[in-house]
Design a protein around this ligand. Structure first.
Ligand code: NAD
Ligand code: TYD
Length: 360
């Protein structure tokens, strides 16, 4: 069986990828994660007795650690999920985004190149470096613009998007300059189990269950394309297995929704699954001050991955949201673990100046 070095594998998408990789026997996994605020080590507790899974706490920017890990485990592929990933945090404090997303990815590329250059010819040909990126690098669309394609010019608007764009460019450069066998995927908004509750969908679910306001930035008409996380994991594995070297692929759910619609759908499902006798969840909807530079619309044209690799999203939004909400209802211990002191401090910082604009 192959071995993958996964970075950021205790986070939302990485942990779902690792669980799937072990379940489907895709590969043995070395998971390198710094365990920032966005991770909960218990997320992968079910793998603690799995001999094909090995966790290492560390930073993708630590080149010595990377050299040792690569030498010791001789991975067949590296999948880079590690990142600072929340736009609002990047607005309030961009430093960590540059450090991990740009400098960290650079160090990971350097270590990978040095490792790859010393491999046997056969292993060199099989080795892959897959960089997991976002649709946010393409900027913002008007309601009538065509969806983002792989050749849409980069136009990042937030410090998060700019740092991911920088890392994408470095990955591209290592392919063109040094021949490092890289692949890049640019995906739309993911949702599903194990997402840290600072992001829209889990934040709304947990606020609703606690009877707290459901904050909608601006007019609630910003549009995102939503993809169930397991569909994203399948797409990454397919690209890893079948793509030509140096390619980039857009991945999306063909599922554009306004934020208000997403929140209303969550409320409707909760009214069914966890009804409150004295109110409906939608009565908690609260419009708050907008995010600065808030991108109006993202949409993904995923015809390239569909055509080249025969990939399509399997989950539809209603069934995916239902599964996601059920997971949060059934995993209260996980929720308590991530809602620690640092989480509370963030919520206080992010929402204190967003005065109530108007109720629903
Ligand atoms: P996340 O914030 O849930 O997890 C990130 C993980 O990376 C955490 O476990 C964290 O501890 C780890 N990490 C952070 N800095 C690190 C460092 N310097 N060294 C090692 N580990 C570090 O993020 P996510 O939502 O799982 O996103 C994973 C990747 O997918 C990111 O690169 C993100 O840009 C990209 N992406 C996310 C989405 C989405 O909707 N969540 C969509 C498209 C692309
Ligand atoms: P988010 O989950 O932060 O993802 P991204 O900014 O990467 O797309 O936000 C999704 C959308 O939801 C985005 O348009 C911002 C909006 N949003 C709210 O309206 N209220 C909130 O409390 C949050 C966290 C996000």
């Amino acid at each position: 069986m192959q071995t993958f070095l996964v970075t950021g594998g205790v986070g939302f998408i990485g942990s779902n990828f690792i669980l799937k990789a072990r379940k489907e026997k895709w590969a043995n996994i070395i998971n390198l994660d710094k365990l920032t605020y966005a991770s909960n080590p218990d997320t992968l507790a079910q793998l603690q007795d799995d001999p094909g899974y090995h966790f290492v706490r560390g930073d993708i920017g630590d080149i010595e650690l990377l050299r040792n890990l690569l030498e010791q485990h001789q991975p067949d592929a590296i999948i880079n999920f590690a990142a600072e990933s929340h736009v609002d945090r990047s607005i309030l404090s961009p430093q960590d985004f540059i450090q991990t997303n740009v400098v960290g990815t650079f160090q990971l590329l350097e270590a990978s190149k040095a490792y790859w250059e010393k491999l046997s010819l056969q292993k060199r040909e099989q080795f892959r470096f897959l960089h997991v990126s976002t649709d946010e690098v393409y900027g913002s669309l008007s309601p009538t613009d065509p969806a983002f394609r792989e050749d849409t010019p980069y136009a990042p608007n937030s410090p998060y998007a700019a740092s991911k764009a920088g890392s994408d460019h470095l990955v591209r450069a290592y392919y063109h300059t040094y021949g490092l066998p890289t692949l890049t995927t640019n995906c739309s908004n993911n949702y599903g189990p194990r997402q840290f509750p600072e992001k829209l969908i889990p934040l709304i679910i947990l606020n609703a269950l606690n009877g707290k306001p459901l904050p909608i930035y601006g007019d609630g008409q910003n549009v995102r394309d939503w993809l169930y996380v397991e569909d994203h994991c399948d797409a990454i594995y397919l690209v890893l297995q079948q793509s030509r070297l140096g390619e980039t692929y857009n991945i999306g759910g063909n599922n554009e929704q306004t934020n208000l619609t997403v929140v209303e759908k969550i409320c409707a499902i909760l009214d069914e699954l966890a009804p409150k006798s004295n109110f409906r969840y939608s009565s908690l909807i609260t419009y708050v001050k907008d995010r600065p530079g808030h991108d109006r619309r993202y949409a993904i044209d995923c015809s390239k991955i569909s055509r080249d690799l025969n990939w399509q999203p399997k989950e539809n939004f209603d069934s995916g949201l239902l599964k996601t909400i059920q997971w949060y209802l059934e995993n209260s211990t996980w929720i308590e673990q991530v809602q620690s002191g640092t989480y509370q401090t963030w919520i206080e910082q992010n929402y204190k100046d967003r005065k109530l604009a108007r109720s629903h």
